[in-house]
Design a protein around this ligand. Structure first.
Ligand SMILES: [Zn+2]
Ligand SMILES: [Zn+2]
Length: 138
């Protein structure tokens, strides 16, 4: 798939394999937003190399639960593992394997596809447009 890759303050268009996480949803990106965090990442304020972007609306094309297929969704950007000691003791915000979409340890959304756990997803009602759903940048 095509993806915008950030490395050493440079963005390049790359052709890379699409996400393959069978325990997560595979989401086809419909529209993405650029926010100030993206600009700061490009300037190098945080160390991150990989696919940029975390504000999006997309369509679920693969999922461990069939009811999600074809759903238009947005996503919570902080993902937890659900299996470390902190997660198992009910403190997922302290997850040792936490990742943040397009910001830390997780490929972002400036690509044809992205991947997120089902518990991160919110269904977008038909009455809400893509433009409104992907959260406007400011
Ligand atoms: Zn943002
Ligand atoms: Zn965890």
């Amino acid at each position: 798939m095509k993806a915008l890759w950030l490395e050493n303050n440079q963005i390049s268009l790359r052709d890379i394999p699409q996400p393959n996480q069978p325990n997560e949803a595979l989401i086809k990106i419909r529209m993405a937003g650029i926010c100030s965090t993206d600009l700061e990442l490009v300037k190098g304020y945080y160390p991150y190399a990989g696919i940029l972007g975390h504000e999006f609306v997309g369509e679920v094309v693969q999922a461990p639960e069939k009811s999600w297929l074809g759903q238009r969704v947005v996503g919570e950007i902080n993902a937890v593992c659900g299996s470390c000691e902190s997660c198992l003791s009910g403190r997922p915000t302290h997850c040792e394997n936490r990742s943040v979409l397009g910001i830390a340890n997780r490929a972002g959304v400036f690509a044809e596809y992205t991947s997120l756990p089902l518990e991160n997803l919110y269904r977008v009602p038909d009455s809400v447009s893509d433009e409104a759903a992907r959260r406007p940048s400011r």
